[in-house]
Design a protein around this ligand. Sequence first.
Ligand code: BTN
Length: 326
Amino acid sequence: MSLRRRLLTLLSDGEHHSGEALGAALGVSRMAVWKHIKALHELGVDISVQRGKGYRLPATLELLERERILAAIASPCAKAISDIHVHLEVDSTNNWIREVALNGAASGTVCVAEMQSAGRGRRGRTWVSPFAASLYLSLLWRSNCGAAALGGLSLVTGIAILRALQSLGIEGAGLKWPNDVLAGTDKLAGVLIDVVGESNGPCALIVGVGINMNMPGEAAHAIDQSWTDLRRLDCDTVLSRNELAGRVLTELIPVMELFEREGLQPFLDDWRRYDLVSGQRVDLLLPNERISGTACGIDDGGALLVNTRDGRRRFLSGDVSLRVAS
Ligand code: BTN
C-alpha cells in the first residue's frame, strides 16, 4: 500500500491526528507527513490542520478496497473478475484499462479510482471526478463481437447500472439513449465504451461507468449539464462506494455474457421499459445538422427512432447528442 494511502487510512476516522503520531505510524518524519498532506490537498482532499491538534478530514472516509469490493460481488460473477486494481488517482480508469489491455491484461480486469484527473465522458466531454465523491469504474472485457456491437453495449450497460441501483433499493431512475442514467431529467450516471481491436473480430472492450454519489458543490460548478447524485436522491444508506462497485459488477458481468452470446435482443424489453425519452420532443445535434422531432424509442438494433417533419429517421449513437426539447 502506498504511503499516501496509508496516511489516508489513518485519517479516515475523521479524528485529529498529530503530525508526530502519523509520522511514527508511517515510519517517516513530521516533515514528510506534511509533504504528503500537501500533495493530498493538491488532489482535492480536504484535510484541515489545527495547531496543537494536528490533521483531520472533515468526516469519516470510506476508501475503496479491493477486498470489500470483492466481498460485495455475488459469487457466480466473481469468477469472471480476474483482478481489481484500486488507485488513489488516475487520469481516467478507461485509459488505465486501455494501457493494461494493450499489455495483455486478462478479461475481467477492473480498475477503480478515488479520483480521475482527466475523466472522460462521451463525445470528448469531461467527466468531473472529484476525490472519493463518486464511483469511477472500468472493466476490461475481451470479446469476439467486434467494435460494431459497441452501440448496443452502452445500452445494456445502462440496464446493468439500473439493476445495481435497484438491488440497493433505488427505484425511479431510467435511461436516455444512448448512455445516460437519469433521475427525472438529471444525469445520475454515464457509460463510456472504448475499444481496442478490430471492427469485426477479437477486441478488448473497455466498459467505463461513472455514478455520481456525493458530488461536492465546488466540483459541481464544472458540470455542464443538469445532474444529480445518490445523496441528493436521499439514498444515504447506499453511499458505500465499495458496495456499489460490487453491485455494479454483479449486474454487469452477466449482462456482458448474455450480450456476447445473444446481442441486444434479450435486453430490448427492459430498455424500452426504462426509456425516459420516448414520446418526448427532442433535438438531435449531429456534426453538421440539428434535427427536431419526437423520440419513438429504439429499433431492434439499438438505433434511436425519431419522427421528424421528413418522416421517421433512425440514428446510431456515434456522433449524435440527444436533448429533450425545453
Ligand atoms: C458520459 O455520460 O458521457 C460517460 C461518462 C463515463 C464516465 C466514466 S467514469 C469511469 C470511466 N473513466 C472515464 O474516464 N470515463 C468513464
